[in-house]
Design a protein. Structure first.
Length: 379
């Protein structure tokens, strides 16, 4: 099936309407008159509206009953027409005070007085904007409902997971480009260019490449490419992080330049075995603490690290920068369980070597969305 273009709705109208209905049930159950959705992912997930200019002041007013109304900058009208399935709107121009325009539109939709939920954790909603909105709507009571739609988004529909499968293929194309381009005397920047080109050609809507570093920086997470030239024996830490219609899939593989030792191979083999043991426990209803402990105990018991503090699973799906993951993670003390339709990036790291996958939780287990060969690559 041909994927939708980025400037048209990414899903069938019925899917958006079902999402809206679920949110409105929660709004009514909480005794609220509406929800003010400021998080860009919530706006796109609920209404279809997407523009690269989502960093400007915009929100969706979701009444307890009836259709949403979108508030955004007037230069985004083309993309509002092209992607949003709901017609209601209020536009502000650069000579306006966007908060005043928003307050007037909110009052038209919800009335002069209302009890509303608001996504207080949304990064576009600054403290100044929040205080200005409260001042402009003196008859309103505000309650933080940042988790209302965000929790629903953790369970992906088949159509959403299909977009993540497409992103996974782009991730694999990027990883193959990394392996093919790495070599003595090649710069990290040259590698990054090949990775980005491969992922874009394979369907990624952003170039990436994601985590990428070599030499000393390969032993520290979240490195980015530089002008450093690769040398014989270098370890390259690489994680390709593309998206398709901004639905993400990603994975890590270790690369050695020109040569690797038997000790390197043993470490990678142990990482794969530990990850296999952890993933063998993943299925609906299983507490996330179970595979999380297998990861940690495996790494520490074999002396691969002196401590293991990072998370082992985190939810991925519709992510708009600067978001790097959804707010569901596995770490010591987590108290949630896996459910069908959840999707995760799950990873294990030791001594500069990383092995990870993007997985979808199925009826009785999990599916690897990233299916690239699992090994230490020597270029």
């Amino acid at each position: 099936m041909t994927a939708p273009l980025i400037y048209e709705p990414w899903f069938e109208r019925s899917e958006y309407e079902a999402r809206l209905a679920r949110v409105q049930v929660q709004i009514r159950d909480k005794g609220l008159d509406g929800l003010l959705a400021f998080q860009p992912e919530t706006v796109t997930w609920l209404t279809g509206f997407f523009t690269r200019g989502y960093g400007s002041f915009q929100l969706a007013v979701i009444p307890a009953e009836g259709a949403p109304v979108l508030i955004c900058r007037d230069v985004e009208e083309y993309y509002l027409d092209a992607t949003c399935i709901f017609p209601g709107r209020a536009m502000w121009s650069d000579s306006d005070d966007p908060v005043i325009v928003a307050a007037q539109a909110i009052a038209r939709v919800l009335g002069a007085t209302a009890q509303v939920g608001i996504e207080a954790e949304a990064w576009p909603l600054s403290v100044a904007r929040y205080e200005a909105l409260r001042a402009a709507l003196p008859g309103y009571g505000f309650r933080d409902e940042s988790a209302l739609a965000a929790t629903m988004r953790l369970i992906k529909s088949p159509a959403e997971i299909a977009l993540q499968r497409h992103a996974a293929k782009a991730a694999e194309a990027g990883m193959q480009a990394a392996i093919d381009s790495a070599g003595i005397g090649v710069s990290e920047r040259e590698m990054a260019a090949e990775i980005c080109a491969a992922m874009i050609r394979a369907g990624s809507d952003l170039p990436g490449p994601g985590v990428m570093s070599s030499g000393e920086r390969a032993f520290h997470l979240h490195g980015g490419y530089s002008d450093r030239m690769l040398a014989r024996g270098d370890l390259v830490q690489i994680e390709t992080t593309p998206n398709h219609r901004h639905y993400h899939a990603r994975f890590m593989r270790p690369i050695r330049v020109a040569e690797a030792s038997e000790a390197d191979q043993r470490i990678v083999e142990r990482l794969i075995a530990i990850q296999d043991a952890a993933l063998a426990e993943v299925r609906p209803g299983v507490p996330a603490s179970v595979p999380d402990a297998i990861y940690r105990d495996g790494i520490l018991s074999e002396g691969l690290r002196g401590s293991y503090t990072n998370k082992t699973f985190y939810s991925v799906g519709l992510l708009l920068q600067p978001a790097g993951g959804e707010k569901l993670e596995a770490a010591p003390g987590c108290d949630w369980s896996f459910a069908e339709g959840m999707t995760f990036h799950t990873y294990v790291l030791a001594q500069g070597f990383g092995m990870s996958e993007t997985i979808a939780i199925t009826t009785d287990g999990y599916e690897r969305l990233t299916t690239f060969s699992r090994q230490l690559f020597i270029t």
